[in-house]
Design a protein around this ligand. Structure first.
Ligand SMILES: [Zn+2]
Length: 585
């Protein structure tokens, strides 16, 4: 076992020796990284090594990838793998492959090598460090065979960094105990679903209620002083501070999911502070202030055409006309609430008095590719993007595709296509501004008919309302020009408008110090997605911490993933925020 102090104090030769085997047959990575000593933490060392590889040229990156053995390949059969690889492949049970599995792996190895020219690399010990199953490895292999070569090269390098991370944990005798607790909670909570074979938990279904019961039990186990399910269905846990009168810190996120969603979206932001409370309670520690953790019942707007039911109730913005809305089965929200033992009549009192709180913080998985791409475990959110959405219908004249000359057409779909290209070009001019036409539909369209109608959607998001509105203004002007020129008519309905929620500077600074405290560089970024924090922003200061997602940050998808080591960093960062607040509230 080695320690960071030993590594920092050692000569370059000794230190390189200590890091031997972390990156397969590639000692240059350790040597280059060691020039940047001293390391503040193991996370700092891991990040520095990953950064070294990221900044190396493509030839060096390819050489690193090619230094790895094929999975269950010839070298393994001949017993010629490095000790590390032998152990990893054995942990994944690759020695016990059935003949069918071996045949599948051989075929995949061959196809993969033919397509990319390098061996397939996967961190077989997986996101929890305990090993992927053989079916998981084979399905990952098959899925990644479809990737673009540039993307796949980067994905191989990310897997190599994960392999290195686990090897470093072994060398330093480090186990991400808190991260494991978070990761295991996510796994267990994901057992409750509205449907079989996928993770879907929508508002107040039996699976949703089972999640409430589970969260209540865990909060009790962690040592929260008060735990309850409130009138709207939020699970609320309070860990008292030494001063019961002091304003509390509010935190949390949602536990509902989209249909066929991921295990970490929202839920991570509940588990991370839960694990902090478990640790405080275990150590017999009280903060000077209370910590209130809310598992918000609903954020995703899946069962009813309403979102943020949980955080909306907490800030006193629950819209009671929603109670009459019906779900797909004709059950009103009111009926669903009574059936689940909730009381809509008691929603009003859930409104919090902002003077009783210091502010709101939320930990959330990034749900995008940015942090993953730059090998950065944590990101500090600067602002939650404001958005505006429209549904539109372009109307022209549908006519014969063979007989109508090109200059006599009023093609509705071509008009929308022109608008779409403008949206793409206009949004690309400003950093962090995004515009999307996500729905395009030619009702009753036919291969031999010029489209007479085209329905479309438009979604614009930006870090400030001004940037968002400027783009919306330009898009509407362009739309007018297009319809005038093409002889089309367009109706456009604004369906949603949400204000940007910039992070409160002093709270953003706390997250920045927290990231520094775990030894990582601070990376700031806006949030492209909406979060519960944007509701809380209406009544109190807020700031968010993002953690990278694996699989290129994919979210609202079963492939959404994070590692126990990244979850550990979230807990450590959250602990740092608590310590900072305890020292100077
Ligand atoms: Zn979410």
């Amino acid at each position: 076992m080695i320690t960071l102090d030993q590594l920092n104090a050692a000569t370059l030769t000794e230190a390189s020796q200590m890091l031997d085997g972390v990156y397969e047959h590639s000692p240059w990575i350790a040597e280059a990284a060691l020039a940047q000593r001293p390391f503040k933490s193991l996370a700092h060392l891991k990040h520095t090594m990953a950064d070294t590889v990221r900044q190396a040229d493509r030839a060096a990156q390819l050489a690193l990838i090619r230094a790895h053995p094929q999975l269950a390949g010839k070298l393994a059969e001949q017993g010629q793998l490095t000790a590390e690889s032998t152990h990893e492949q054995a942990t994944a049970g690759l020695k016990a492959c059935s003949p069918e599995e071996l045949a599948a792996l051989r075929r995949l190895n061959a196809e993969y090598l033919a397509k990319f020219g390098w061996p397939f690399i996967v961190a077989v010990r997986g996101p929890r460090g305990t090993g992927l199953t053989r079916p998981e490895i084979i399905s990952t292999f098959a899925r990644r065979l479809e990737n673009h070569a540039d993307f796949e090269l980067a994905e191989c390098l990310r897997n190599i960094h994960r392999i290195a991370e686990i090897r470093l944990n072994d060398k330093f005798g480090v186990e991400p105990v808190w991260g494991n607790q978070v990761w295991d909670c996510a796994e267990l909570l994901a057992r409750h679903s509205d449907v079989e074979g996928a993770l879907t938990v929508t508002y107040l279904t039996p699976a949703h209620q089972a999640c409430q019961v589970q969260l209540v039990r865990w909060m009790h186990d962690c040592g929260f002083d008060e735990v309850e399910v409130d009138a709207v269905g939020n699970v609320v846990g309070i860990y008292n501070g030494s001063d019961l009168q002091a304003p509390r810190l509010l935190t949390g996120s949602h536990f509902d999911t989209v249909r066929n969603g991921g295990k970490y979206d929202g839920r991570l932001g509940i588990f991370v502070p839960m694990v902090c409370v478990r640790e405080l309670h275990r150590a017999g520690k009280r903060l000077p202030f209370g910590l209130e953790v809310i598992g918000f019942a609903e954020e995703e707007g899946q069962r009813y055409k309403a979102t943020f039911l949980g955080s909306g109730a907490v800030i006193g913005r629950f819209d009671f006309s929603w109670l009459n809305q019906k779900d797909a089965d004709g059950i009103t929200m009111r009926e669903a609430m009574f059936a689940a033992g909730r009381d809509p009549g008691q929603i009003d009192p859930l409104k919090r008095d902002p003077t009783q709180y210091m502010g709101f913080v939320e930990v959330h998985i990034e749900q995008g590719p940015v942090l993953n791409e730059i090998d950065m475990p944590l990101g500090v959110v600067t602002s939650i993007n404001g958005s505006v959405r429209y549904l539109g219908e372009m109307v022209g004249v549908s006519c014969h595709a063979g007989t109508t000359p090109m200059d006599r057409r009023r093609d509705a779909a071509a008009g929308v296509a022109e608008l779409l290209l403008y949206v793409e070009k206009r949004a690309a001019q400003v950093p962090h501004l995004v515009g999307t036409v996500g729905m395009l539909n030619v009702p009753g369209g036919s291969i031999n008919v010029v489209p007479g109608r085209c329905q479309f959607s438009l979604d614009i998001r930006a870090t400030t309302n001004e940037v968002r509105d400027a783009m919306a203004h330009d898009v509407l002007s362009e739309l007018k020009r297009i319809t005038d020129r093409r002889g089309l008519h367009c109706t456009l309905e604004e369906t949603l408008r949400a204000s940007a929620a910039p992070s409160a500077p002093e709270w953003q600074a706390r997250w920045e110090r927290a990231v520094e405290s775990v030894g990582l560089p601070v990376y700031r970024m806006p949030s492209g997605a909406g979060h519960d924090a944007m509701k809380l922003d209406e009544v109190m200061p807020q700031a968010m911490l993002f953690v990278r997602g694996g699989n290129s940050g994919i979210s609202h998808n079963p492939l959404e993933t994070t590692t126990n080591d990244d979850a550990q960093l979230c807990v450590e960062a959250f602990m740092s925020v608590l310590e900072q607040l305890a020292e100077s509230p």
